[in-house]
Design a binder for this molecule. Structure first.
Ligand SMILES: [Mn+2]
Length: 330
C-alpha cells in the first residue's frame, strides 16, 4: 500500500504534516504517529494545525507537538503531508500556501472521493480510520519502530473514528490492530478512554438537556432531528465544541435510521452533522447540501434560518429513505 509513498518520500528532507481543521482524534492521532515515524526515519518534521485542539485531546501533543503554522514555517519545508482529509481546503491556510510556494503534497486518508491535487495519494475509503492506515505504514516498513507513544496515538484515532469499535467500518483486522496497539503501547483501554470520554463539564450536560428536549421525529419516525442554538450555548456558557457526541442520542432512538443535529451558530449559519445507523447514505445526503463525509457520518452547512434548514434537509432525506426501501424490496 505504501510502496510509492516510501520510495518518493526519500526525495524530501523537511516535512510538514498537517491535520484537518476542527481536529478530531483520528486526524491528531494519525498526525502524531506519522510524525514519530518520520522522525525515526531521519526526516526533519514539523506538525501543524490551524485550530485549537478540543479539550479531550489536549494530552495527545505531549507525544509530539502540534503547533499553528506560519507562512515562514511552510517555506522552510519541501513537502507537506495531509492526513485524514482528501482536499486541501479542509486543512486551513496550507490550501493557499501550497499553491503559492508550489509545495509538493502527499495525502493519507480514508474519506471517499479525493480531490485530484496530490502528488502521492493513499486513499482507502473502506479503512476504519486514518490511524489504521498509519499502523499499516509502520507494519509495511519496519514494525519494530512502532513505539508506545505512537501506539497510544493510533489507538485514540481508531477508537474515536469507530464510535469505540461499534461502526460498520470495523473489521476483524481493525480489532486485531487494536489488540496489537494495546500490546505495544502497554496501556489499559481505560487510560485513554477516560481521557477521551470522561471529561464532560456540568454546563455541557445543561446544554445536552436543552438539546434533548428539541428532538423531533420525521418520516415515520425514521429520521431524528436535534437542534442547538447560539442562545442555548450562550445561556449555558458553552460553545460548538461542547456539542460533540450529542447526535448519538437521537440516533439511538428505536427505529431511527438517521439522525441530524442542527447547530444554529447565528452569523456563521447552520452546521449540520448527519449520522446513519442503517443503509441510509448520509454522505450522499450531505453532498446535496454541498457537504460530505462518510456513508454513516457526514456534515454540511445551511445558510438558515433553522426551520428552513430542517425542512429542506428532511426533504432530501426522504429521497434517501425511498431509495433504501426500493433496494430492500427488490
Ligand atoms: Mn478519520
Amino acid at each position: 500500500m505504501f510502496e510509492e509513498f516510501l520510495k518518493k518520500i526519500e526525495n524530501y528532507k523537511q516535512i510538514a504534516v498537517f491535520s484537518h481543521i476542527r481536529p478530531d482524534g483520528d486526524c491528531i492521532g494519525s498526525q502524531i504517529a506519522l510524525c514519530i515515524w518520520l522522525e525515526k526515519n531521519g526526516f526533519d518534521v514539523r506538525s501543524f494545525n490551524d485550530d485549537d485542539l478540543p479539550p479531550n485531546l489536549v494530552w495527545l501533543p505531549e507525544f509530539y507537538p502540534v503547533t499553528k503554522p506560519s507562512e515562514e514555517d511552510v517555506t522552510e519545508c519541501d513537502l507537506a503531508i495531509l492526513v485524514d482529509g482528501n482536499a486541501t481546503h479542509r486543512f486551513g491556510k496550507i490550501d493557499e500556501w501550497y499553491r503559492k510556494f508550489k509545495l509538493p503534497l502527499m495525502m493519507i486518508d480514508h474519506h471517499p472521493d479525493p480531490e485530484n491535487q496530490f502528488d502521492v495519494m493513499i486513499s482507502v475509503p473502506e479503512a476504519s480510520s486514518t490511524c489504521e492506515l498509519i499502523y499499516k505504514l509502520y507494519v509495511e516498513h519496519e514494525p519494530g519502530q512502532l513505539c508506545e507513544k505512537a501506539a497510544k496515538a493510533l489507538y485514540t484515532g481508531i477508537i474515536t473514528d469507530t464510535g469505540s469499535l461499534q461502526f460498520d467500518s470495523v473489521t476483524p483486522e481493525t480489532v486485531e490492530i487494536v489488540a496489537d496497539l494495546l500490546r505495544i503501547g502497554k496501556f489499559k483501554p481505560n487510560e485513554i478512554i477516560e481521557k477521551i470520554y470522561s471529561n464532560k463539564s456540568l454546563k455541557q450536560y445543561r446544554l445536552l438537556s436543552r438539546a434533548l428536549s428539541t428532538i423531533e421525529l420525521y418520516e415515520n419516525n425514521q429520521v431524528a432531528v436535534m437542534s442547538v442554538t447560539q442562545q442555548m450555548m450562550d445561556e449555558t456558557g458553552t460553545t460548538n465544541v461542547d456539542t460533540e457526541g450529542f447526535v448519538n442520542y437521537p440516533l439511538s432512538i428505536q427505529g431511527v435510521k438517521a439522525a441530524i443535529i442542527f447547530k444554529d451558530l447565528a452569523d456563521d449559519g447552520i452546521k449540520m452533522s448527519l449520522r446513519s445507523r442503517s443503509d441510509v447514505n448520509v454522505n450522499l445526503w450531505a453532498r446535496e447540501l454541498d457537504g460530505g463525509g462518510h456513508q454513516k457520518a457526514a456534515g454540511a452547512w445551511h445558510p438558515g434560518p433553522l426551520e428552513k434548514a430542517i425542512r429542506e434537509t428532511v426533504e432530501i432525506g426522504r429521497k434517501q429513505l425511498n431509495k433504501v426501501e426500493k433496494t430492500a424490496s427488490t
